[in-house]
Every structure is written in C-alpha cells, then in structure tokens.
Design a binder for this molecule. Structure first.
Ligand code: ZN
Length: 160
C-alpha cells in the first residue's frame, strides 16, 4: 500500500510562450518528443520561449528540481521539433506531438536528477491519460538531417 505522503499532485507553473499555432485539422497527438534545453536554467528557457523573435517553444519544461512549467496548451502546436521525421515516415512531428524540455546542458555529463526524471514520468503518465500516446522519442532521433540534434544527451529512456 502506498503511503499518501509519497503522492504529490503535479505542480505546474504557467510561463506562457507566444510561439505556437494551430495543429492541422484532425491531428491526433500520439507522440512525445523529449529535449534538453542546453540553457542552464528554466528562467532562460522560458525567456527564450516568451520571445516571439526566437520562433521556438515547447509545451513543457521540467526543471532540475522537478518543477514543471507549461508554455503552450496541448491543443496548440508548439515549435520544438523543427525539420523532423518519425521512423514510421511521418514528417512535421510538431503537428502531432507534445514537446517536453528538460533543463540540462546536453553535454552528456550533466545528470538528470531523480526529481526531474520523477516529474517527467508523472507528466508522461498524465499525458497518456488524455492522449493516445504511442511514441516517446528523443529530438535527436527525429531531427533531419540526421545528426542535426543530439538532445536529450545522456537521458536513460529505459527509466521512463
Ligand atoms: Zn531539442
């Protein structure tokens, strides 16, 4: 039996981005794309997403301490994947995905703390309750041309 003290509600802070648009009609969100920010902090990441000139965003960023920030509503298309293609051949992955950033330098040595991975697992579980998620992929895996992106370097997908 789980002790109630171990269960915390998802704590989500809204840090809105202007960088989003409509998903194509009939789009079914079945993919989660995981990223690393390269930025050291959530603050820098949120500032970049809030800047319309950057033309980039993600739906969520998870800080090292596990805090989850929401930048874009899930019904909207965030701009995180860029030129991209799934192994099943589908391109323009932003159309049908949720983008999640992890605050991490992406140098392969910077660790993803347990609190951060724990929040990621809980957010994934939450997303699966609302969308028919079938794929959780790295940005590195879907970015084209291949090798354009390396994030999230060092993340253990088997722990998710
Ligand atoms: Zn990325």
């Amino acid at each position: 039996m789980l002790a109630f003290g171990t269960i915390r509600p998802l704590e989500i802070r809204d840090l809105p981005s202007l960088n989003h648009d409509s998903r194509p009609g009939g789009a079914v969100v079945d993919t989660v794309v995981l990223h690393a920010t390269v930025f050291e902090t959530l603050k820098e990441t949120a500032a970049r997403f809030a800047d319309p000139d950057s033309r980039v965003s993600a739906h969520y960023t998870i800080d090292r301490d596990g805090l989850i920030a929401r930048h874009v509503e899930e019904s909207r298309r965030a701009w995180h994947a860029g030129e991209s293609r799934m192994r099943d051949g589908r391109a323009s992955v932003n159309d049908f995905s949720i983008g999640i950033e992890l605050v991490n330098r992406n140098d392969g040595a910077d660790p993803y703390p347990a609190a951060q991975v724990g929040s990621l697992r809980r957010l994934l579980s939450d997303l699966r309750s609302r969308h028919p998620i079938r794929h959780a992929v790295s940005h590195a895996e879907i970015a084209i041309p291949h090798g354009r992106k390396t994030d999230p370097a060092g993340l253990d997908f088997s722990a998710l």
